[in-house]
Structures are given as structure tokens and as C-alpha cells.
Ligand binder design. Sequence first.
Ligand code: BJW
Length: 300
Amino acid sequence: MSPSTDVASFHTYLSSARRIVALCGAGLSASSGLPTFRGAGGMWRNYDVMRLATPEAFKRDPGLVWQFYSMRRHMALQVTPNKAHYALAELARKHPAFLTLTQNVDGLSVRANHPNDSIRYLHGSLFALRCSGYLCDYVDDQNFADPIVPSLAVPMAKKTVEQRAPGPASGQSDGGTPTEETLVYDESVELQALQLSDLPVCPKCQQNILRPGVVWFGENLDLDMMDGIEHWLEQPADLCIVIGTSGLVYPAAGYAHRVKELGGKVAIVDLDVSSGGWSSNIFDWVFEGDATKIVPEILK
Ligand code: BJW
């Protein structure tokens, strides 16, 4: 049977769902201005971002990988949560048995006041740092320094863009459209060939460099967190709401399949559902479009 696009039937089901899981990906934050991983947004300078998100890349060229993550930290601090983050956070606050599993590392759900006890950060956080040495257990979960060290300052340049909302400081472009100056990442500044001595050093062991507290390909997710999720899912969820993820990365994508296998229903909000790794028969509802528009509509 083909999935429904009917918001009313989704609302009816949502209002009676006792246990709900939301599985989120980069599409949730796309309208805030953060690029996704695959498709058009999947490149940084000339690098495939998926090839930078690996322990091998960090071992080979930690300076390159740190410049990529410094840019990501900086961008995440510049942008704000969008209406989808707020709608999800509100439902999580109101619903007695709600769990968000987010693959996003940008911190935007926290800033939208998502309750901490009902969200799990599957792939860590851009604002966590840990020692890259195997024998040192140093972790700093809340590091918002920007830049972390002077050599990781992010090159930014002024750019004139069309204004989002009218304001007193606006100029006029040639076509008469209000404009404003904003700072954007400056790709014309060449990447630096950084040495280990330019990178942040672990304050505990004072030997190894720090690394971003994210989960790269081939690395395990936090085992305690995974046990907790498994435990939560043992009581079957009635509904899984998938938001802006291509469903290509595991174990994250597997959680939506698990809800389905245990008898729950699955809905997806995504700009382009067919471009990802989802099989067509998993979804009971498909809402194709921008998460920031659709999520508040279906969750109200
Ligand atoms: C919009 C939108 C708008 C756009 N509105 N929508 C089972 C089978 C096969 C392989 C494996 C398996 N189990 C494990 C693996 C290996 C591997 C894996 O999954 N590989 C696959 C690629 C094949 N998994 C792992 O290695 C994981 N570790 C693990 O399982 O350990 C045990 C183990 C190890 C080795 C072998 C076997 C077992 C770890 C995965 C870590 C992923 N890390 C990254 C980087 C995090 C740090 C960082 O941010 O830099 O996580 S990779 C990257 O992909 C990032 C994301 O969280 C993740 C998912 O991407 P996401 O969010 O889905 O983004 P996109 O770009 O793919 O999709 C965006 C979607 O939004 C699209 O659909 C758009 O259409 C949509 N969209 N704008 C709504 N406005």
C-alpha cells in the first residue's frame, strides 16, 4: 500500500500514540543554514565531507580535519534553531513518553529547549572535545570556544545579501531589494598546512591533541547510550517520526525499521524521500518538503 500524505489522519494517530520516537538528521537543520552531508551540500572546498568524517582522515591530516570541524562549530554558533526544532522540542516537553534520536551534532535542539532527558545524541556533539590518545579519558562536553586555538580561527568575509526582514540598517541593491551585510565563510582564504603544535593539546595528559567529540565512520556509538535506547524501544513505540535524514547511516536508520518491525507506524518529513536509503514500504505517511514548514504543521 502506498503511504498516505494526509495530515488529518496523521494528527488522529499522533494524538493517540502512547510512545513516540523522532529520528532526526541534517535536513532538520538545513533551513537554519547548515549544509547537509550528501547531495549538493556534501562538499567542503574540494573535499567530500564523508571522507573527512573518519578516524583515518584525522590520523592522516588532523590539521585539515580540525579546520573542517572549526568551520562547522563556527557556523553552528552563527545560526539559530528553526521552527521544526521548536515544534519538536514542544512535543517532547508535552508528551509523557517521547524520545528524540538525533544524528545532528550542531546543538540546535538544545537551543530550542528540547528537554535533555528525552534526547539522545547518536553522533556526539561539535561542542564536545576529547583526547585523541587511547590511554587518556579526558572529555570536555561543553566547549564553545571559537576558535579553540588561534590557528583554528575561521576565515570570514563580508557579503551583501538580500535582507530577510526589513530593518533600519538596510541598503538598497540595484534592483531596489533591501540588502544587508553578513559574514560568510571565506573559501578564498587558503587552507593552512597545520602542524600538531598548532592544534589543541589535551589539558590532562598534555601529550596528545584533542579531537572533536563526534562519532566517525567505523567508530562505535556510546555503548551506554545505545543500551538505554534499546531498553526504551523494548516497549514498542506506536510512532516513529523521521525528519530530514537520508537513512543511509546505521545504527541510526535501523531504529525506524525497529519501530516498524514491532508494529508501530512510521512517518517521514524530507525534501526528497526517494534520494535516500529508505525502502518505500517502511513509511505509513510521507510528507515531502521543508522540515521547518512541515514539522510545525504535523505536530500541532
Ligand atoms: C531536508 C531538507 C529540509 C535536506 N527539510 N529535509 C549496517 C549496515 C551497513 C553498514 C553499517 C551497518 N552498521 C554500521 C555500519 C557502518 C557505518 C554505516 O552506517 N555505513 C553506511 C554508510 C553504509 N556506521 C558506522 O560506522 C557507525 N558506527 C557503528 O555502527 O559502529 C559499529 C560498526 C562499525 C563498523 C562496521 C560495523 C559496525 C558510525 C556512524 C557515524 C556517522 N557519522 C557522521 C559524522 C558525524 C560527525 C559530523 O557531523 O561530522 O554522522 S557521517 C554523517 O551521516 C553524520 C550524519 O549524522 C549521518 C547521517 O546523515 P544525515 O543526517 O542523514 O544527512 P544526509 O545529508 O545524508 O541527509 C539529509 C536528508 O535531509 C536528505 O534526505 C535530504 O533530502 C533531507 N533534507 N534539506 C527536510 N530543508
